[in-house]
Design a protein around this ligand. Structure first.
Ligand code: TYD
Length: 231
């Protein structure tokens, strides 16, 4: 008896310039090569309204945005993303890789903007009806290195990226603390490792997650009694 695969939800988190999108792209490629259907997405964004909210909150030129408004814009983008994109893909049994999720708001708005991590988490749990990743890959980047990487030879920094170093240090500490509290749901890797070393370690962890999902599915199938085979 075969059963549809359960979906797998993986978030990539970390400071700006950590290399999240490179790693998400490499993981997507590796999983697709194994025959899995992968949806790559990002926050803020991932839906038409989310992309509009993204430019509202990240671009310079919309005037001052206070911290509460900023947190609500990220949460609004995430609500649309969770409902319209992530849950449906998981229901179809796909692997969803998102570049940032709730932890980004907890770190940037909760710690960086000092709105309070618990308040920001509650807001976002409400916005997503409690949808949590199975695994969060945290690429832990030294803020100075992150800034060097993202300013190396290209575009100007966005509204959040251009904040002072202290802001980025608070964010890094918050991400690390989130991972420290729930180690079973995180893979923390130093962002200065080589691209291929990082992708090998991420793939190894994801393969073990897929294997345990498969074991759980096999166990539940073997518990279904055969037709007419009751007591
Ligand atoms: P990101 O897409 O990673 O930037 P880029 O595409 O330039 O690499 O994230 C955009 C910025 O938004 C980043 O500085 C982090 C910030 N952010 C928050 O402050 N809160 C959030 O909830 C999210 C999702 C992002």
């Amino acid at each position: 008896m075969s059963k549809q695969r359960a979906g797998l939800f993986i978030a990539f988190e970390g400071g700006d310039g950590a290399g999240k999108s490179t790693q998400a792209a490499r993981l997507a490629e590796a999983l697709e090569a194994r025959g899995l259907t992968v949806l790559r997405t990002r926050e803020p964004g991932g839906t038409p309204i989310g992309e509009k909210l993204r430019s509202l909150v990240l671009d310079h030129g919309h005037g001052h945005i206070d911290a509460h408004t900023e947190a609500l814009i990220f949460a609004a983008s995430r609500a649309a993303h969770a409902t319209q994109v992530i849950r449906p893909a998981l229901d179809r049994g796909e692997v969803v890789l998102t570049d940032r999720y709730i932890d980004s708001s907890v770190a940037y708005q909760g710690a960086g903007r000092a709105l309070g991590q618990d308040a920001v988490r509650s807001l976002n749990e409400w916005a997503t009806s409690g949808l949590q990743p199975h695994l969060t890959v945290l690429l832990d980047v030294d803020p100075a290195m992150g800034r060097r990487r993202r300013t190396a030879g290209h575009a100007a920094e966005d509204r959040l990226e251009s904040e002072a170093d202290e802001f980025h240090i608070r964010i890094r500490d918050a991400f690390r603390e989130l991972a420290r509290r729930r180690p079973e749901s995180y893979l923390v890797l130093p962002a200065h490792l080589s691209v291929s070393e990082l992708s090998a370690r991420i793939l190894e962890r994801v393969e073990s997650l897929l294997a345990s999902q498969q074991d759980a599915a096999d166990a539940s199938v073997s518990q279904v009694p055969a037709i007419g085979g009751g007591l």
